[in-house]
Design a protein. Structure first.
Length: 648
């Protein structure tokens, strides 16, 4: 680890990188399934990969990732989030474009073209500034740990805890010197760096006087990383037993949110996805002990109780979560809170209570402890069964019918609040039957006693992607009252654009039908067409692809519109690109006919084809009807409208 100069004023954004060739090279080099699969468990389904959407409270797989025919993009059929590798990283990690480009380029081993930093880069700490500051602090703490004198006490703590050199390096452990200004002194000469360090929670401002001092002093340091493995905060354990508190975490910052961060997730994520199980423990050393023992799907909370955000993160990676707690009263209270958080999550949740006096760290380091730990995890109790055991225990303490009734009613209220009424019917029936056994009350009476009208945690109503039957009219289209465009016209326009996105080679059929951007009246469709048609007409520009298109569409609503229409086009062709040409001929013909019909009807309404008002008493009404019949005959068959059930 070489000494590195801290300069947080030189971090750069999107403007630091020049031509669009960088963007195209990074996009082409990024495997979108592999990228998203780091954060969401994806499974192949038909022509796509599907998984839980990380951008909303998803309880069933509503995100599809498309990879075939070089069109790598993702789309959520529920919340509408859509885009390519850049938009995913930007939305998931709250990055700007420049940060996302740098991150993906680094992963792909691509060197980007640089520009001079913009003048705005020195105005104050941005996210990249904060990341640079925390990374510098991590290296400072690691150098301190390696120092023969300054790190001696911290190394003794590591040795007593049985942490190997390999794990020390793997988790990048460090040490804070026994000084109020160990870190502060090395950056004190650069005011911008000091401001950034304060914002990042590395330094604290003195009360009642000017100056700053170190947040962490004389502590063993555990770097806390985000899901990409970047250090964003620190945890510190005391070295001197007389110091308090025993553990100290960084304050929350623009980088660090305790309610959604899990310690060790960047190292455990792959094992969690592969095993489809996450084990949640309570401390840093518990996680390290698990990884050292080969149990690598272990993570921990950070001095806070489990939150819904933690549940959401883990639910996207695994099918089951095991919550491991100590057998004391504090552990049981933590288990109860954990069940409440995970109860309505789309995962199987089990509770593992370790033997009295044991925690994961001590158990895993004991002789035969690894086998005991694995056995305890394997025999963990289902969350519902755990709740029932706790209820049975409380029921045993109740004396008299009235007390038992109150315990039952309170338990039913708790279940409903946690989402019991929305639970799968089979599991619900099993719980009701068990309650009937315990209380000797008929199931029907227990069902009647369930509180009504209670607010239950939000549940996704998203559609299943790709092969799920959906309304043939794309949901992106506004209500007919929003603007004066007929339903048939809206359907016809959506047909043409959907097929064009699914198979760009059909653009020539659009040209042959003499359709131009001005012929599309639906606002969302028109805005996408304004980008697509000129692009497809270029002969020397970049090749068209859905991923590149979604990057060009800056608006979330437009990206969602384009993605949904792509899947409508795919459904129209039955997923067969070879049949797209014939479908486009039909769709383009139908749209052209619709345009001509509406133009003719407008002409008639204004004064008839010869400029005279229709509907007079001398037979003009008959001529008008005859002309309409002849026009319908000239239009021929209209399979596109028939396909949508819109003949009427």
């Amino acid at each position: 680890m070489g000494r590195r100069h801290l300069d947080v004023t030189s971090s750069t954004g999107q403007s630091d990188y020049s031509d669009h060739g960088d963007v195209d090279r990074v996009r082409e080099a990024t495997d979108l399934v592999k990228l998203i699969g780091q954060y969401v468990a994806l499974k192949p389904k038909g022509r796509e990969y599907v998984g839980l959407c990380p951008f909303h409270d998803d309880h069933r797989p509503s995100m599809a990732v498309v990879t075939h025919k070089g069109r790598a993009f993702y789309n959520c059929f529920s919340c509408g989030k859509s885009g390519d590798c850049f938009t995913f990283v930007m939305d998931y990690h709250k990055m700007d474009f420049g940060d996302a480009l740098r991150h993906l380029a680094e992963n792909a081993g691509i060197t980007l073209s640089r520009r001079e930093p913009s003048a705005e880069a020195s105005r104050g700490p941005r996210k990249t500034d904060l990341l640079a500051a925390v990374e510098y602090a991590r290296d400072f703490f690691r150098r301190t740990l390696a120092d023969e004198q300054l790190g001696a006490d911290a190394r003794n703590v590591i040795a007593r805890r049985g942490i190997s050199d390999e794990m020390t390096e793997h988790f990048q452990l460090g040490a804070a010197p026994d000084s109020f200004d160990g870190l502060q002194r090395v950056i004190a000469g650069r005011p911008a760096s000091v401001r950034t360090a304060v914002t990042a929670g590395l330094l604290r401002e003195r009360t009642g006087s000017e100056g700053t001092y170190d947040t962490f002093r004389n502590r063993l340091i555990f770097p806390i990383c985000d899901e990409m493995g970047r250090p964003i905060a620190f945890g510190g354990r005391i070295i001197d037993p007389d110091d308090q508190p025993k553990y100290l975490n960084s304050p929350e910052t623009p980088l660090f949110d305790k309610s959604r961060t899990l310690y060790g997730l960047h190292l455990a994520r792959r094992a969690i996805i592969e095993s489809q199980q996450a084990i949640v423990v309570e401390g840093y050393t518990d996680v390290i002990a698990g990884h050292q023992a080969g149990v690598t799907n272990v993570v921990a909370t950070l001095g806070t109780a489990l939150t819904k955000q933690h549940a959401d993160v883990l639910a996207r990676l695994a099918d089951s979560v095991v919550l491991v707690f100590d057998a004391d009263d504090a552990g049981r209270r933590a288990a109860d809170r954990g069940v409440e958080v995970f109860f309505a999550a789309p995962v199987d949740v089990r509770i593992c209570v370790l033997p009295e006096g044991q925690d994961p760290d001590t158990l895993l380091r004991a002789d035969g402890g690894v086998e005991q730990f694995r056995s305890a995890v394997a025999s963990a109790v289902d969350a519902l069964a755990y709740k029932l055991e706790r209820f049975e225990s409380s029921l045993a303490d109740a004396t008299g019918i009235s007390a038992r009734q109150k315990r039952l009613e309170a338990f039913l209220t708790e279940l409903v609040t946690l989402g019991f009424t929305a639970m799968d019917g089979v599991r619900k029936a099993m719980v009701l039957n068990r309650l009937a056994e315990l209380t000797r009350v008929p199931v029907a009476d227990i069902e009647r006693a369930l509180p009504r009208g209670r607010t239950v945690g939000p549940r996704s109503t998203g559609e299943r992607p790709a092969d799920t039957e959906t309304s043939p009219t794309p949901t992106l289209l506004p209500a007919e009252s929003a603007f004066p465009v007929s339903r048939a016209r809206r359907i016809a326009e959506a047909d043409v654009l959907g097929l064009l996105l699914f198979e760009p080679e059909t653009a020539r059929e659009v040209a042959e039908a003499k359709l131009a951007a001005k012929d599309f009246l639906v606002p969302e469709v028109r805005q996408v067409v304004d980008v697509v048609l000129p692009w497809l007409e270029e002969t020397d520009g970049p090749e068209f692809s859905m991923s590149a298109l979604l990057s060009r569409l800056a608006d979330d609503q437009l990206r969602a519109a384009a993605s949904r229409l792509y899947f409508e086009g795919q459904k129209r062709c039955g997923g067969d690109g070879d049949s797209a040409q014939q479908h486009m001929i039909e769709a383009a013909t139908a749209l052209r006919s619709r345009i001509e019909t509406e133009q003719y009807e407008a002409q008639l309404a204004a004064g008839g084809p010869d400029g005279q008002q229709t509907g007079s008493a001398d037979g003009d009404e008959s001529e008008f009807v005859i002309e309409r019949i002849r026009r319908r005959e000239r239009q021929g068959n209209r399979p596109a409208a028939i396909w949508h059930g819109a003949r009427g």
